[in-house]
Design a protein around this ligand. Structure first.
Ligand SMILES: [Zn+2]
Length: 295
């Protein structure tokens, strides 16, 4: 019984087996089967590794905040000019002596990602400044601003340990701590002063590379940030003096209690101005060095 069943199975398999390819006609060379034909005829084709359900190659896609997946377009770190040939000694536009190690730091490291993060941090800071104008949201918005300033210092100084940029980053973190302590103070003068100083420090942290060398392409903004860093305490002292003096008649009704002209408005405008300046500078450097597509 078992032998009969086995014979029937063998007969059925023989019927299901594909017929062998037709022999070549006499006088004609045998036709070499194409790979597709060979796979169709071979019941157990050999599958090369990686050919089963192959994934089609995807074009490189760049997103802000992600490491670049395409060859970088090196630009002069002093003037932003596109360096088509990095083997030459100097930038043909401004004469900057090309430093391959610095270019590698800026274009093969995570500087593009760092700038993308910093721009978002600064935009978030500007947003929390707006929220702080609403009395119910003032305290949480100020606490959020303080954390953003401290975190921007952490992001800005990462990988720059022992250099000038690192020290500016630590100072920005301290400024964020002072802001946190003064978030609930009756007068906003100290908070906004630390706020403006923190904005200058975050900007200076970002405009120095890991070797402590300042970025030449934003030289003017760096000098302005340094000047603001020293002018802001003087402005704060002037505001404190004017705030302590008797207000002119009518000012109390024009500027009600927490929104005094020299305890809130002037330092607040200064702080928002500093952060707007920081955003403009960082976004400009990001565009010049990493996103510019011309020439
Ligand atoms: Zn140049």
């Amino acid at each position: 019984m078992a032998g009969e069943q086995r014979a029937q199975d063998d007969k059925r398999k023989a019927l299901e087996r594909p017929s062998p390819p037709a022999a070549a006609a006499p006088g004609r060379p045998p036709v070499k089967p194409s790979p597709a034909t060979a796979r169709a005829d071979d019941p157990f084709p050999t599958i090369a590794p990686g050919t089963l359900n192959p994934v089609p190659p995807q074009p490189p896609r760049r997103r802000p905040g992600k490491p670049r997946t395409e060859p970088p377009r090196y630009r002069c770190l002093r003037c932003g000019y596109l360096l088509a040939d990095t083997t030459v000694e100097r930038c043909s536009e401004c004469g900057w002596q090309i430093d391959p190690e610095r270019l590698a730091d800026w274009y093969l490291g995570d500087e593009e990602q760092r700038f993308a993060r910093a721009v978002w941090f600064v935009l978030a800071c500007l947003f929390t400044h707006l929220l702080a104008l609403l009395p119910p949201l003032c305290l949480p918005a100020r606490v959020a601003t303080a954390f953003l300033v401290a975190w921007a210092g952490v992001v800005g100084r990462s990988g720059k340990q022992g250099s000038v940029g690192s020290y500016y980053g630590i100072a920005a973190m301290v400024a964020g701590g002072i802001m946190l302590l003064m978030a609930a103070a009756a007068s906003s003068l100290t908070f906004y002063t630390a706020d403006a100083i923190g904005g200058c420090l975050v900007l200076l942290t970002m405009l120095h590379d890991a070797n402590g060398t300042p970025l030449g392409v934003a030289r003017g903004s760096r000098m302005a940030a340094l000047a603001l860093l020293f002018v802001t305490p003087a402005i704060a002292v002037a505001c404190y003096t004017l705030e302590s003096a008797a207000p002119p008649a009518g000012w109390t009704s024009l500027f009600p209690a927490p929104y005094t002209p020299f305890g809130f408005v002037a330092p607040g405008v200064l702080a928002v101005g500093v952060w707007a300046f920081a955003w403009r500078t960082l976004a400009g450097v990001q565009h010049i060095l990493f996103r510019q597509q011309d020439l």
